[in-house]
Design a protein around this ligand. Sequence first.
Ligand code: NI
Length: 241
Amino acid sequence: MAILKVARLGHPVLRRVAAPVPVPEIRRPETQRLIDDMIETMREYNGAGLAATQVHALEQIAVIEVLANPRYPDAPQIPLTVIINPIVTPLSDAMEEGWEGCLSIPDLRGMVPRHTAVRLQAYDRGGEPVDLIAKDFFARVIQHESDHLNGVVFLDRMKDLSTLTHLVEWNKYWHERRWRDRAGGAGCSPHGAARSGPPSSRPPRAARRSGEWVTEPDPRGLRPATGPARYTRLCFVNNAS
Ligand code: NI
């Protein structure tokens, strides 16, 4: 694996539109190596996500992970998620402002309005279809990374540049307003437990820790149009609620 060079704002590659990856090519060693390198690069620089365009690859691939991230100390955790050829559909007109940063726009944060809930249809790194509902912070990161694959950066989405701030000033002046996003599970059942779905697919409740995203059957029955039947969604576990 290798740590890749991350393009910074101003590099034209960040404004290019990535091409879809032909599904049979997802499992090719070249694609798998790129995914591995993207994961390593994201972790090296403490990113919450990384899109292929940021590492000079014009392919519709993004990786997302938030685990005890020093750049986002208060952010809800998101397990490692690889999304290929994502189609992101807002589930409502509801928008919420929240802080975003970007490895391609180092040392800056700004408040960005995003849809609070989206449906994500994509492929995982095994070439399997993914179809899930994401809410709040996870939905925000998906929208951020999906934007990258279309040549859009978070600055383009800001309604008002007055919140644009360097990290030192952000810590000094904006600390209390850091995370308006509440990871929540509207639509998810208490403690992240499934309301419905095959009992055998339910992870034991004891295995769920507060602050984790878990996959559970989607009671809406969303299914990929093709490929193996798989209808799951991610729910945020909030044992405090
Ligand atoms: Ni970014």
